[in-house]
Write a protein that binds this ligand. Structure first.
Ligand code: URA
Length: 244
């Protein structure tokens, strides 16, 4: 394990296991729960473009970004400074999905740039990813006032945008950070602790999906960072055997 990775793991609050020999240690074995994919029972219209009221089907990422920038589908457009579409590689292997922009993101137009974002960067670095090699997006593209939870109506209005982003990026694995993203993508409302630690799938393409804690939660509960490290390893295990 190289020094930079050890540094980032320590920054995440995870004590890395370092081999006493010169050999590179293998990642910890995954739990007995994983990584068997869990089939997702889909509801009509989710994870596919079978319903496309916004005619997003033909749009590429740039056109989609422009469409989001002009969106007035829900009242959040009245209070936003700007929309926060997403950042990263257009063909990223790893897609991170968070909840919604906060104050800093609303000001800067980029997801996860506040304190939680710094922790997310450290999490990504620990698995040799960055915000330019991965892709980061949110369930909502506009900031809910006072950082309240997105309402079901707001999430439903924004859903086609995230759905089209996923179709265009075609990630090899999705990491849903936090309850809101996990519930939205999996259409389940289990407690987060019961969704993490195993592989789910998203959409008709059955893209592997891993659920983990939101970095903002980790800032309040640093003791949970080791679990997030396990979740990251589970997500990255999707790449195993394919040259990653
Ligand atoms: N929290 C999120 O879920 N997304 C952001 O972009 C910032 C904070």
């Amino acid at each position: 394990m190289d020094a930079r990775r050890i540094h980032y793991l320590r920054a995440m609050g995870v004590t890395p296991w370092i081999s006493r020999t010169a050999a590179e240690p293998e990642p910890a074995p995954l739990t007995a729960d994983g990584p068997e994919p869990v089939p997702l029972t889909r509801r009509a219209g989710s994870g596919s473009t079978s319903q496309d009221p916004l005619a997003l089907d033909g749009m590429d990422l740039d056109a989609l970004r422009a469409s989001v920038a002009g969106c007035r589908r829900c009242p959040l457009h009245e209070s936003r400074t700007q929309t926060v579409f997403g950042v990263g590689a257009a063909a990223a292997d790893l897609l991170i999905v968070g909840e919604a922009p906060g104050a800093e993101e609303d000001r800067r137009g980029e997801p996860f740039v506040g304190r939680a974002g710094q922790l997310l960067d450290a999490m990504l670095a620990a698995v040799k990813q960055t915000r330019t090699t991965a892709y980061i997006a949110n369930v909502l593209k506009c900031r809910p006032p006072n950082n309240r939870d997105p309402s079901a109506e707001e999430a439903a209005c924004c859903a086609p945008y995230l759905q089209r982003q996923i179709e265009l990026i075609q990630p090899r694995v999705i990491l849903a950070v936090g309850r809101v993203a996990a519930h939205r993508l999996l259409e389940e409302d289990l407690p987060l602790g019961r969704m993490r630690g195993r592989l789910h799938t998203y959409g008709a393409q059955r893209i592997p999906l891993v659920v983990t804690y939101h970095p903002a939660y980790l800032l309040r509960r640093p003791s949970e960072k080791a679990k997030v490290w396990q979740d990251l390893l589970l997500a990255m295990s999707v790449f195993d055997g394919a040259g990653q």
